[in-house]
Design a protein around this ligand. Structure first.
Ligand SMILES: [Zn+2]
Ligand SMILES: [Zn+2]
Length: 244
């Protein structure tokens, strides 16, 4: 039987240098449950080291966590990747880390703490997570798919760091599973971007602060709360769909 899941598939943790330090795993889980969200996606910039702790913090709680990442491509466009299994995400992580250069400067960009499910700081990521990876859009989407992930072009309605903002179009050879709009409903987006009507649209909060979580969500009809079901919903297969 199909069920409508309330999803906020683009949430940062304190590991992202631009996110608030209050975005630690247990706080994200508590706020998501308070907001009646069924599924969240954890997507830090070019890193995934807090994702497994958010999954741990949600164990036994009424919340599903998709581990993910928000990759900055060499074109400076953001792509959200979501995975079923943490091991798949770590496969992508290895590729992104190899292509990421530079060290973080906390005083300029902010600190990048790795915080576990018990709110303890495990360490600090020293990489320049705010920078661009060396992977092109095409290579990024291909790498996400190699590890069975879903590739979503992030906040295409924003001028900065979006595929549309950087290129002016969605390249047809980049096989995005869906497009994300940050401020519009998915229905409005379909009206605003008629040339992109063959894509599914999803809307998420892109939360950097606790109060952002749940401010934008999508209700997605699926049989089970899994990434493979999510990909079927993006293709509108067998009744699965994005409701709005
Ligand atoms: Zn972004
Ligand atoms: Zn983001």
């Amino acid at each position: 039987m199909l069920k409508g899941y309330r999803c906020d598939l683009h949430i940062h943790t304190c590991l992202s240098p631009c996110a608030d330090l209050d975005m630690y795993p247990s706080a994200i889980v508590e706020k998501s449950i308070t907001e009646n969200i069924d599924i969240i996606g954890i997507c830090d910039h070019n890193s995934s080291e807090n994702a497994e702790y958010v999954i741990k913090a949600a164990e036994g709680r009424p919340l599903i966590v998709f581990p993910g990442m928000e990759i900055t491509t060499s074109e400076e466009a953001h792509v959200v990747a979501l995975f079923e299994k943490i091991a798949e995400l770590y496969g992508l992580q290895e590729i992104i880390y190899k292509s990421l250069s530079g060290m973080n400067r906390e005083e300029i960009f902010g600190c990048q703490p790795i915080v576990n499910a018990l709110d303890e700081v495990e360490g600090f990521n020293e990489r320049l997570l705010i920078g661009s990876s060396g992977l092109s859009l095409y290579e990024t989407v291909e790498a996400i798919h190699r590890f069975n992930g879903a590739a979503i072009a992030a906040h295409i309605d924003r001028e900065s760091f979006s595929v549309l903002g950087q290129l002016g179009f969605i390249p047809s050879d980049c096989r995005f599973d869906a497009l994300e709009v940050s401020r519009m409903s998915t229905g409005e987006a379909r009206g605003q971007y008629p040339e992109l009507s063959s894509y599914s649209f999803v809307t998420s909060s892109d939360a950097h602060f606790i109060t952002d979580i749940g401010t934008k969500t999508s209700t997605i009809c699926m049989k089970k709360p899994t990434v493979s079901e999510l990909k079927m919903a993006f293709q509108c297969l067998e009744g699965r769909r994005i409701e709005d």
